[in-house]
Design a protein around this ligand. Sequence first.
Ligand code: NAP
Length: 528
Amino acid sequence: MSIERRNRIGFEFSEGSGSTMQGVNPVTNTMIPDKFFIATPEDVDKAMRKAQAAFHAYSTSNWNQRAAFLETIADEMEALGDVLVKKASEETGLPEARIIGERGRTTSQLRMFASYIRTGNWVEATIDTAIPDRTPVPKPDLRKMMVPLGPVVVFGASNFPLAYSVAGGDTAAALAAGCPVLVKAHPGHPGTSALVGEAIIKAAKKHNMPDGVFSLLFDNGFAVGQALVGHPHATAVGFTGSVGGGRALFDIAAKRPNPIPVFAEMGSTNPVILLPQALKVRAKAVAEEYAGSITLGVGQFCTNPGLLFGIKGEELEVFKKHLKNAFVQTNPGTMLHEGIEKAFVQKSGKMLSEPDVAVLVESDAQASTGQGRPTVAAAKGSEFITNPALHEEVFGPFSMLIECENAKELKECVKALHGQLTGTLIGEPSDFKVHVSIAYQLQQKVGRLIFNGVPTGVEVCPSMMHGGPYPATTDSRFTAVGIHSIKRFLRPVAFQNTPQELLPDPLKNENPNKILRLIDNEYTTKSI
Ligand code: NAP
């Protein structure tokens, strides 16, 4: 197979429509020679039909077999070695060390889901046995468990070419749940996507998974993604990216004759509240830590701290001085692709043109083409409360310090915030005693509340919540990171008075998998 033939990576390859797309090296701003066929409407339909046809066999596959499939995907990704690392670095401008770390996170996620589905606990088997002699009416035998939804469409973001892309968290969770997956490759890293897609197909073949369990489709516009979300066989969407993209797909899914859920992880400004006593005792350390967090990965993290809030006074002035000292020494870096860089220039420029917004500090070095220049702006709390433009995310190394007149205004600012992935409080124990209501207010807005740390860095573990109220996500009840993200692609089914031989194994009296089950009669209503 030549690379030019790559179009839809399923169990077969098709020539495609004839039009092709290429990746771009953002450091040199040159086209990368490998070409990828853009999927046609027929390709979308064919891939969807195959996914639908694969659903029954895959969703009823043995958990151990499914777990082994996930582990082999991880092995195959690792077997790609330097080829994958260099390709991802070439297409995104991200350093190889960062890609190696991200690959570790991606393969660990796959292995983590493999271990989790072997336990069987994720099916949440719940049993209420019959009470035939209950009065006034007998109680039926009721048993409930989670089952997979069906084919899932996945969109990855440009800023995580591995961990939030083809074999990233959404794909791992959906495959673990028993759902076939169709990925729309991000045009920012098509070569990386193709390599990972082939690793998944190799693993699927090794484990005799049904044809259509996974497909990868390329496009450099919106047509393929929108056709996938609108297709009658699609049952859910996992999305990571911009608010505009996530919202557009959410609206398409809602307008379908049979609406489907869209789990979109989108924009967030990740507010940080700097409380006075903390600034009094450690302003320099906090300023240095935040200069690092704002510019980490050229600010291209969904948890980048885009808003800092403080109360006017001597402590905040000292913090500003240290932040300026630390920040002038930061360096511009290459952004992921031309579109992100253009959006950064346009959105940071627009923010700085708002009334009463001014530059507080910029890095000393000028940005070259394709780079983002680290910038911190400053604005008044009263402006933040009244001007919605100040709440917009500027994706990149940009943050804004909001200076409040007093604690009351700070609380009003927190009240005015949109939904966020994270909210951080920097404080001493005495701060937390005085400002307890601000912590409560912030909790209403976020998926993860952080005390004395930076929001960048998302631990992958069962207690992680990576999500939050809109516009951070389209459904604040679910996390996109960690084992519980599997819940997005499952739904509960109750079985009433079902003969033993027709029950799924986890619900049979003789439970062959010996999984944890909740026997729930204790909560049964005694009279109706
Ligand atoms: P993006 O531009 O929204 O692209 C994501 C994917 O969605 C791409 O495949 C894109 O296709 C597709 N897409 C976008 N708009 C669409 C539309 N209207 N219809 C159909 N498909 C559409 O996002 P990005 O530039 O890759 O990532 C940067 C953004 O992601 C930032 O705003 C960042 O905050 C956010 N992000 C959020 C998280 C999180 O977990 N919350 C994590 C990482 C990044 P095309 O490119 O082919 O058009």
